[in-house]
Design a protein around this ligand. Structure first.
Ligand code: LFR
Length: 469
C-alpha cells in the first residue's frame, strides 16, 4: 500500500479527498474521491448538509483504502465563519446554518450598538462581513436566545467534523480568527469582547494551532475502516491552507480564486490602520502566526449561480469561451455590493444593477459572463491599488491559486487590467496547503520555506502577461 496523508478539502460547491505523498524531489497529489456540497433549505434557513458531508468523508476514506493507499494522517479544511452548537450531551442544537442565510441582516448594526466598529477592528483586525460568526451569534442571541443558553460547545464546521472522527473538541486557530472574536494581540478568544457582547464565554474551546495532533480515530471508526490514523490540525480555514501553498511570497500578491476571490499579501504582523479599516481589509490568522492581509471579493459564486439558474446547460469553460466572444461588452457591477451575496436571482440582480446605473443590460450568457469577469478583474485591480497604498510597497506580480485559476480568460483580464504578470497555479492549492502542514507535523518537510519550494517544483504554473486593455 502507498503511504500518504489525506487532505479533506470541502468548498462551498464540492469536496474532495486527496492523497499526498513525496515521490523523489516532488510532492504528488492524487484525487481519491469527490463529492457535491451545496446549500439546502431547512427549517426556514439556508443550511449545510452536515450529515452528507460526514458520510462523504467516511466514503472518501474507504475509497482511499480500497485504492491501496494507507493514510498516515488526515486533516479537514472548509470555508470559514460557520459553526454548530452542541448541548451537554454533545448533540447538535441547531442545523449548520450557512453564512449566506439572511438571519444576519441588520446584525452588524446591532453589534455596533454595543461596541464601536473602530474598536472591534482594533481588537481583532478582522474585516466587516455581515456573515462573520460574531453577527451569526448576535442573530441567535436576538432570535433564539434559548439555543445560546443551552449551548455548551461551539465548534466551527471543520472542528465539528474532526470531533466526529476523534471525539475530541478544539477550535483551530486560523478558522477561529474568522469569527471576529479572537484578539489580534493575544491570538486567543477576546474574553472581554465576549463579555461586552454577552456571549457565553465557556462555549469556546481551547485554540489549537496548525501542525498539532488532535488524536486518533474513535475506536468504532478505526474498526469500520480496518485501520487507525491520526487527525492532524491543518489551517482548517480553506483560505489559510491555500495561502500556505502560494509558491512565491516575496513581493507578490496572491489571489485565491474559487467561490470567493481572496486577494492580499502575507504579513508578519496584522495591519489594522485606519486606511485598512476604510478599505475593509482583514488580518486573518495563518500558520506560524503569519497574517493574511486580504480582502474578500465576491468571486466565482456569481458565475456559479448563473450556471445553476441556466440549468447547467453551460459548463464553466463554456462561459469562459462565451465571455471571450463578448469581450467588447463593457458593463460592470460592483461585485462587492451585498446584493450579490445571496440574491433570489443572480442574473436579474446583475441586470437590474446595470439598468439602475444606465449601463447596457447584459442579456446573452456571454454578456452576463463577461460582465461578471470584467467586474471581478476591475475589483482585483482596485484591491491591488489599496494594498499598495496601505503598505507603501509595490507588488509586481500576482499569484493566482485555486480552482478558479483554470479560468484563463479571467487570468488574462486581471493581467491586462492590473498591468502585472499573473502566475496561475497550483489549482489544488488548498489541498496542497493542507497536506504540507501534515508533512511539517511529521517532519517530512523541515520548514514552511522548504514546503513552498517543494510546491514550486512540483506543480505547473501558467504565466499570463498583460496585453493592454
Ligand atoms: C473561501 C472562504 C473565505 C471566507 C468565506 C466564507 O472559501 O473561506 O475565506 O471569507 O469562504 O467562509
Amino acid at each position: 500500500m502507498q503511504k500518504c496523508h489525506l487532505a479533506v478539502d470541502i468548498g462551498a460547491s464540492s469536496g474532495r479527498v486527496m492523497a499526498g505523498f513525496l515521490a523523489g524531489e516532488k510532492l504528488q497529489l492524487k484525487e481519491m474521491y469527490r463529492f457535491d456540497n451545496h446549500i439546502v433549505e431547512k427549517n426556514g434557513h439556508l443550511c449545510w448538509d452536515i450529515d452528507h458531508l460526514f458520510h462523504s468523508i467516511k466514503e472518501g476514506i474507504k475509497q482511499t483504502i480500497a485504492q491501496q493507499f494507507e493514510p498516515k494522517s488526515l486533516a479537514i479544511d472548509t470555508w470559514a465563519v460557520d459553526f454548530v452548537l452542541l448541548d451537554e450531551k454533545d448533540q447538535l442544537l441547531t442545523d449548520a446554518i450557512a453564512y449566506r442565510d439572511h438571519r444576519t441582516d441588520g446584525m452588524m448594526e446591532a453589534v455596533f450598538q454595543t461596541i464601536e466598529k473602530e474598536s472591534l477592528y482594533d481588537r481583532t483586525g478582522i474585516q466587516f462581513q455581515k456573515f462573520n460568526t460574531i453577527y451569526q451569534l448576535q442573530a441567535l442571541k436576538e432570535q433564539r436566545p434559548e439555543v445560546l443558553q443551552q449551548a455548551k460547545t461551539l465548534l466551527m464546521i471543520p472542528d465539528y467534523l474532526h470531533f466526529l472522527l476523534t471525539g475530541k473538541k478544539a477550535n483551530e486557530y486560523t478558522n477561529a480568527t474568522s469569527t471576529q472574536l479572537v484578539n489580534r494581540e493575544t491570538n486567543n478568544w477576546d474574553t472581554e469582547l465576549l463579555q461586552t457582547l454577552d456571549f457565553p464565554a465557556d462555549i469556546f474551546q481551547e485554540i489549537l494551532m496548525p501542525k498539532s495532533t488532535l488524536g486518533s480515530l474513535k475506536s468504532e471508526l478505526a474498526e469500520e475502516f480496518g485501520m487507525d490514523f491520526d487527525i492532524v490540525i491543518p489551517a482548517t480555514h480553506d483560505t489559510g491552507s491555500a495561502v500556505i501553498a502560494v509558491p512565491e511570497q516575496k513581493d507578490t500578491i496572491y489571489l485565491s480564486s474559487g467561490t470567493w476571490s481572496l486577494i492580499g499579501i502575507e504579513s508578519s504582523d496584522p495591519i489594522a490602520t485606519n486606511e485598512a479599516l476604510e478599505f475593509n481589509f482583514t488580518n486573518e490568522g495563518g500558520i506560524d502566526y503569519r497574517y493574511r492581509f486580504l480582502k474578500n471579493i465576491m468571486g466565482l459564486w456569481m458565475i456559479q449561480e448563473v450556471k445553476r439558474l441556466m440549468d447547467d446547460q453551460y459548463s464553466f469553460s463554456d462561459f469562459v469561451e462565451l465571455a471571450k466572444a463578448s469581450a467588447d461588452f463593457t458593463s460592470v457591477v460592483d461585485v462587492n455590493d451585498d446584493r450579490f451575496l445571496s440574491p433570489e436571482n443572480m442574473i436579474e440582480e446583475i441586470q437590474s444593477y446595470c439598468k439602475e446605473k444606465d449601463q447596457e443590460v447584459p442579456r446573452t450568457p456571454g454578456e452576463i459572463a463577461q460582465t461578471i469577469f470584467l467586474s471581478l478583474a476591475r475589483s482585483y485591480r482596485e484591491a491591488i491599488e489599496q494594498i499598495e497604498l496601505v503598505t507603501g510597497r509595490i507588488f509586481d506580480q500576482v499569484n493566482m491559486i485555486g480552482g478558479g485559476c483554470q479560468n484563463t480568460w479571467l487570468n488574462q483580464l486581471l493581467a491586462n487590467h492590473a498591468n502585472r504578470t499573473v502566475y496561475a497555479g497550483p489549482i489544488e492549492a488548498t489541498a496542497i496547503g493542507n497536506i504540507v502542514v501534515q508533512m511539517l507535523q511529521t517532519k517530512e518537510i523541515a520548514s514552511l520555506a522548504d514546503a513552498r519550494q517543494l510546491i514550486n517544483r512540483s506543480f505547473d504554473i501558467q504565466i499570463f502577461e498583460p496585453k493592454g486593455k
